[in-house]
Design a protein. Structure first.
Length: 525
């Protein structure tokens, strides 16, 4: 198991935090209850706890042998809540609280620590284990031996489990603080991108950027900005005004960023969500950012058998931030605005990554023109204008939310060249429309060629790439590289496997070449 130890005082929110962490695993949950129902007040507390847990969770009651309750997880997340009642019950059974224990408290101490050792051993398995424990001993030492024994045992148990825990959190007033462990655990596989597939001499069907480089008018604007604005600190106001005019918003609602990726990285620091839901497969930097900030993430997987369509009902109700791509990468799925708006709930923010929306003619489904207090739209102009190295992105949000994003953004985040690019592009909607038409034409051409390749499955999409599935993805990728072609293996996207590949659309002859090479590679694999 991967052990997370959650500690906190009475009514600190530690159980709620542990439940959120369990929900974020996406696994079935075995809830191990330790409290004694014999006391009416405790029974009522137990009832309230049970009501807030999802009905799909399985509840078991811990007996004297704590190891039995947490062993054999078999693909489930085990949530043990909590150590304090279990230790108190062990002391009570031994007669510690009424003075009837025989042979002192050492025997019960040995039994309790043996149970804790069993939990520690169970943590070596592959499934997640979450243990809730009371933070005790910070006040006056109790006058009676039994209460002192309880405080001592809780302290010793926490130390034993912390020694083997991957992560330890202290919850204070409902806020989790990381005591030990990396908040970015499990995020390394989220940091791979298509540019890593490129090498000199390879035809680029891996990076989702339009070919040909920036147009001449944009090159001229960049050269002018280098001369005029390079010697001074960046001023983002002209770019904000131009983008606001483009989208029919107020300049105060536009936050320029170092590419769309930075806008996504601002979300956890600005919003501090308790539980985020990331709709996958999608650009993975949003989840990487959330995990780096210690935010629990629930993955909501699009169903390929339903064309990767968004299902708002699949998002956990407890999620107070939802991140969704539209169009989504790598599937290219374009969801209608109604589906995105169905994600809204009181107390929730919806962040829509529209980094590919400017490649969709007419931008159907875009929310960038909707002045909604609980919706953040993230955009990028680097893909349609072939300018990825300049990192020209921005977020559009209600003024109060936009100010929260600015508050956690590094100063001068968007450099003078990026701001000049944003300003120049925003003032040329006809150039954006032409790029979108070109992207749609190139994708339709590639999709038509791929449809005729035996052994290749494709899905409809709206962006400048196609998602395909083959029987042996690694072999096909290697074979294409051998033919001088780079594509993007898509197995690193949550919800996809090694057979999925993303292929960027190019000109007709280039598409013909990659489709022919793919047919040969699939036939040989």
């Amino acid at each position: 198991m991967t052990l997370t130890l959650v500690i906190g005082g009475t009514r600190s929110g530690k159980s709620g935090r542990a439940e959120t962490l369990a929900l974020a695993t996406g696994l079935p949950v075995r809830y191990v209850a330790t409290a004694d129902r014999s006391d009416p007040a405790m029974a009522e507390r137990i009832r309230r706890h049970a009501e807030r847990r999802p009905p799909s969770w399985t509840t078991v009651e811990a007996g004297a042998d704590l190891g039995d309750a947490v062993a054999n997880a078999d693909g489930t997340c085990v949530l043990l809540d909590g150590l304090g009642p279990w230790v108190a019950t062990a002391l009570h059974r031994a007669g510690a609280f009424d003075g009837s224990q025989a042979g002192g408290l050492e025997p019960v101490r040995d039994r309790v620590m043996a149970g804790i050792d069993a939990v520690a051993r169970a943590a070596a398995g592959p499934d997640p284990l979450i243990v809730v424990a009371e933070e005790a001993g910070q006040g006056v030492l109790p006058p009676d031996a039994a209460s002192r024994a309880w405080v001592d045992l809780i302290g010793d148990a926490k130390q034993r489990l912390a020694d083997v825990a991957e992560r330890v959190e202290l919850v204070v007033a409902g806020r989790p603080l990381t005591v030990a462990g990396s908040p970015a655990t499990g995020a390394a596989e989220l940091r791979g991108h298509g540019d890593a597939e490129l090498a000199p001499g390879l035809a680029d069907h891996a990076v989702n950027v339009m070919s040909g480089g920036p147009p001449d008018w944009l090159r001229a604007a960049l050269h002018e900005a280098l001369d005029a604005d390079g010697p001074r600190y960046p001023d983002e106001r002209p770019a904000a005004a131009a983008l606001a005019a483009l989208h029919g918003r107020d300049p105060a609602e536009v936050v320029s960023t170092n590419g769309a990726a930075e806008a996504l990285w601002l979300l956890p620091a600005a919003l501090r969500p308790g539980l985020a839901a990331c709709v996958h497969p999608a650009f993975t930097e949003a989840e990487a950012a959330l995990r780096a900030h210690g935010v629990p993430v629930a993955r909501v997987l699009r169903d390929p058998e339903r064309g990767f369509a968004l299902d708002p009902a699949a998002v956990p109700d407890a999620a107070d931030l939802v991140v969704v791509g539209n169009p989504a990468s790598p599937s290219g799925t374009l969801d209608p605005a109604a589906a995105l708006l169905a994600l809204r709930r009181p107390g929730r923010v919806v962040a829509v990554d529209e980094a590919f929306m400017d490649l969709v003619p007419g931008e159907p489904g875009s929310l960038v023109r909707e002045p909604l207090a609980d919706v953040i739209v993230v955009r990028s102009l680097t893909k349609s204008m072939a300018l990825p190295g300049v990192r020209a992105g921005y977020a559009v949000a209600a003024p109060a939310v936009a100010e929260r994003l600015r508050a956690v953004r590094p100063p001068w985040s968007a450099n003078a060249l990026a701001l000049a690019a944003l300003t120049a592009i925003a003032k040329r909607p006809e150039a954006l429309a032409a790029a979108a038409e070109r992207g749609a034409t190139e994708r339709a051409d590639l999709a038509g060629r791929l449809d005729g390749v035996a052994g290749v499955r494709t899905w409809p999409g709206a962006a400048n790439f196609c998602l395909v599935e083959v029987a042996d993805g690694p072999a096909v990728v290697a074979a294409l590289r051998g033919r001088g072609i780079a594509v993007r293996p898509a197995g690193s996207f949550p919800g996809l496997g090694p057979g999925h590949l993303r292929i960027t659309a190019r000109s007709g002859p280039e598409n013909e070449r990659v489709a022919g090479a793919l047919a040969e590679a699939v036939g040989a694999s």
